[in-house]
Design a protein around this ligand. Sequence first.
Ligand SMILES: NC(=O)c1ccc[n+]([C@@H]2O[C@H](COP(=O)([O-])OP(=O)(O)OC[C@H]3O[C@@H](n4cnc5c(N)ncnc54)[C@H](O)[C@@H]3O)[C@@H](O)[C@H]2O)c1
Length: 259
Amino acid sequence: MLPFTRGRVILITGAAQGLGRATAKLLAPVGARLVLVDRDGAGARRAATELAVGDDAVGLEVNVLDWEQVQWMVQETVRRFGRLDGLVNTVGGSSGHGIRGARTIEELEIDDWDRTFELNVKSVFLCCRAAIPALRAGGGGRIVNTSSVAGRSQSQLGGPQYAAAKAAVVGFTRQLAFQLAAENITVNAVAPGPSLSERVSAIWDKRSEAVRQEILSRIPMRRLGEVDELAAAVCYFLSDLAAYTTGHTLDVNGGLYMD
Ligand SMILES: NC(=O)c1ccc[n+]([C@@H]2O[C@H](COP(=O)([O-])OP(=O)(O)OC[C@H]3O[C@@H](n4cnc5c(N)ncnc54)[C@H](O)[C@@H]3O)[C@@H](O)[C@H]2O)c1
């Protein structure tokens, strides 16, 4: 496993399932102290109980689109563990969570546009805004955001609203990295290709065999990603090995998009 200082306090949003939970699963055995946040409070608490060693993880029910709750989430982290060293923003997606997931501009409702930007971009802004003072207070830290191949190239499963929102995450990551570098806070992003989280597995299962084969034929590795493979990239940015890397978006997509 990558070098990682024991006892670091890492807050992960969207940690009840998918990429967030997979990231927690990699971090727990290397001694990180974890704050697992999700709107699904029972799921977050379950993840904390299943993954943690002793009292080193806590699950909190938080809606990351609510500024009051987001501020409380950081206060609660510092109250329980004394500090905050890393923030991992995984909340997002092209569908589910109240988003209809239109694929074309003709299908796209105004509400769908707004909700997609709230879930994928505003959530990242609010969590970073709340976390940065706590990272500063500890002498620096790490932020890892989640973009998508949709924001780097084009979306296989989503529409223009999702591609635009995930491109916004790349720009936000770069600008924040630039502005926080001198304070020893790195800001990076991971851009997954289609990967088999619970949410995407459900969408994938509903696609016809012909559509699945069409999507797979565009991926040089001819398979979807696993959430553990995405989580490994997140953990790299959190690890000591990535200390001099900031403002970067790392593509994890089986070769679907190459920069
Ligand atoms: N899985 C993929 O194929 C894929 C591909 C590219 C990018 N991504 C991105 O990776 C990230 C994780 O994707 P996933 O498939 O693991 O997601 P997921 O839907 O499986 O998990 C997201 C979690 O966020 C939680 N959540 C949703 N809204 C919330 C809110 N307002 N407050 C708090 N928690 C909330 C959900 O309850 C859920 O547990 C997303 O940003 C997604 O856009 C995923």
